[in-house]
Write a protein that binds this ligand. Structure first.
Ligand code: TNX
Length: 540
């Protein structure tokens, strides 16, 4: 019997040494979790016919992502929530009070993996972390093993945004979905869809079809800078046209896709400026001089014309129907107020109310703040809407250079804030000083700068609590005429943004982040992301 036992032990140790060849993955998760504790047990070995257990259908989608990631013969099985531990992988709704909103616990033991959360976003976040513990190469997954550990994790900010300008250059729906997948991969939760700007209207509005019939197409002109080129293409024009728009069906599809992943889609409809294209569609909305002739089209709505409010209300009604987001973004940036001081109608308003041009802007913007509140939504706008006399109920997206005093002032006035500092979180800026960079808007915002930037001083975060919604990066596409170029500008800087948005302040560590980069790039490669290798140039 002794020989027999020795034989069995030898066989077992041969077998387990084969299993030890399995590659143990490093614990490289971006954004860095709140806490990771190693358990020093034998690793969990991926077995290609294991089971993913869920207890209700709300868990189906995160479970499916896991299933697709794991490949092989994995199956999802619905079980009774009262059943306790299983071998295999389980997603659980937890009532454990130590788990925060959108947070999760991930426990990996030798025989089991359990992801628990209060809410579906939390489960997604747990699945994303687990996914990052697996090999990036799907071919290696079936031979992977995972280190035993406990992760407790939750986000620093409730608003972790990434923006995309689809007005300057239209981006097709499949790319928008890929973008949303990548937001989810980085645990970002707001997709800010900049649907309207001076040179292109990208959202179908049933009550005003001209907005896309005319406003979505422009003439291609090689000799113009992209943002100067807002000559609209009209049917019958023999010149080549460029552009596109999203039908309401497309929008519903994108919103449903994002919502399932716990991502809010924030729509932006620009007013009262950046709207040249609207006045190409409806010339009668333009500002007029004393003789009744149109003033030059500088893309600003007349503030003393009922039709301006009517069309925008019609648009916002359809927007609210399409987007469940609590916030609706109304733009409000860079309004050229000279229209109002020259327009015969607006001059009357200014005289009657003794308004400064800034107060005309507030008059216009506050109308939509009330309108959106009457519809149980909240208005958000770029920080220029603070000029004049803005209602404190308006939330501010601040794109100034992140001066603590400015941020403090708007919070003191009672506004909620999202910081998108224009010198750092503008991903249309160059990411290296290499002369081989493709043309960009200007400025320099390196991966290191994005990483090291600290958005809110601790005192501000402590003082203003929930008014501090979070942070976001913006991707303006004047110089990005293809989705590959968007990817080049956004990745990997989005990963640096994600650590500031998610990880606790004290967990941000550039040297740790750089160690995690090779693996991140592996994921980007397998997800076919055209990231910018030049982003690492300052490191080399
Ligand atoms: C300013 S930031 C803009 C955009 C431009 C961007 C280029 C903001 C609200 N407005 O219209 O695309 O700069 O960086």
């Amino acid at each position: 019997p002794i020989k027999c036992i020795i034989f069995l032990l030898a066989g077992f140790s041969f077998f387990s040494s084969c299993r030890k060849d399995l590659k143990l993955q490093p614990i490289h998760i971006i954004p860095e979790p709140v806490s990771v504790q190693a358990l020093h047990l034998s690793p969990f070995v991926i077995d290609d016919h294991s089971i993913i257990y869920i207890t209700d259908s709300s868990m189906m989608l995160p479970a499916q992502l896991l299933l697709t990631t794991l490949g092989g013969g994995y199956k999802i099985r619905m079980i009774d929530r009262t059943l306790s531990t299983h071998s295999g992988i389980s997603l659980r709704h937890s009532t454990d009070t130590s788990i925060r909103d959108q947070g999760y616990n991930l426990e990996i033991h030798t025989q089991s993996i359990v992801i628990s959360a209060h809410d579906t976003p939390g489960l997604w976040h747990g699945v994303q972390s687990l996914r990052q513990l697996l090999p990036a190469d799907p071919a290696e997954i079936s031979t992977a093993s995972l280190p035993s550990l406990v992760i407790n994790d939750y986000p620093r900010f409730g608003w972790r945004g990434m923006h995309l300008d689809v007005s300057r250059h239209f981006m097709p729906v499949p790319f928008i979905k890929k973008y949303i997948d990548m937001l989810s991969f980085h645990k970002l939760n707001v997709f800010h869809w900049h649907l309207v700007d001076g040179i292109g209207w990208r959202i179908e509005i049933k009550s005003h079809p001209e907005l896309t019939e005319v406003g979505a197409w422009r003439v291609v002109k090689e000799d113009k800078k992209p943002w100067e080129d807002f000559e609209v293409w009209r049917s019958g024009d023999p010149r080549p046209k460029y552009g596109g728009f999203y039908t309401q069906e497309d929008i519903r599809e994108v919103v449903a896709y994002a919502t399932q992943k716990g991502i809010t889609v924030l729509p932006e409809i620009e007013l009262p400026g950046h709207s040249e294209v609207v006045f190409e569609c409806y010339p009668e909305l333009r500002c007029i001089d004393e003789k009744g002739d149109y003033l030059p089209n500088i893309g600003v709505y007349c503030a003393n014309l009922q039709a301006s409010y009517d069309i925008l209300e019609d648009v916002l009604v359809e927007v609210m129907d399409l987007f469940p987001s609590e916030y609706i973004h109304i733009g409000g940036d860079e309004v050229n107020k000279s229209n109002w001081t020259q327009c015969a109608r607006d001059k009357k308003l200014m005289e009657r109310e003794h308004y400064t041009p800034e107060e005309v802007q507030s008059h216009f913007v506050n109308h939509f703040d009330r309108f959106l509140r009457d519809h149980d939504r909240k208005m958000m706008g770029w920080h220029e809407i603070l000029e004049g006399n803005l209602s404190p109920s308006a939330a501010i997206m601040y794109w100034g250079n992140g001066r603590a005093d400015d941020v403090d002032e708007m919070l003191r006035e009672g506004h909620e804030s999202v910081l998108t500092p224009g010198n750092i979180y503008y991903f249309d800026h160059y990411q290296s000083t290499s002369k081989h960079e493709p043309p960009a808007f200007g400025g320099l915002s390196t991966l290191t700068q994005v990483y090291e930037y600290e958005p809110y001083p601790a005192a501000i975060e402590d003082t203003y609590g929930n008014q501090v919604l979070g942070i976001q990066a913006n991707c303006w596409t004047e110089y990005m005429d293809h989705s590959d170029q968007v990817e080049y500008m956004v990745f990997p800087r989005i990963a640096a943004l994600a650590e500031s948005a998610w990880s606790p302040r004290h967990k941000k560590d550039w040297s740790v982040f750089t160690q995690k980069i090779p693996r991140l790039l592996d994921f980007y490669n397998h997800q076919d992301i055209q990231y910018a290798p030049s982003s690492f140039r300052p490191l080399i």
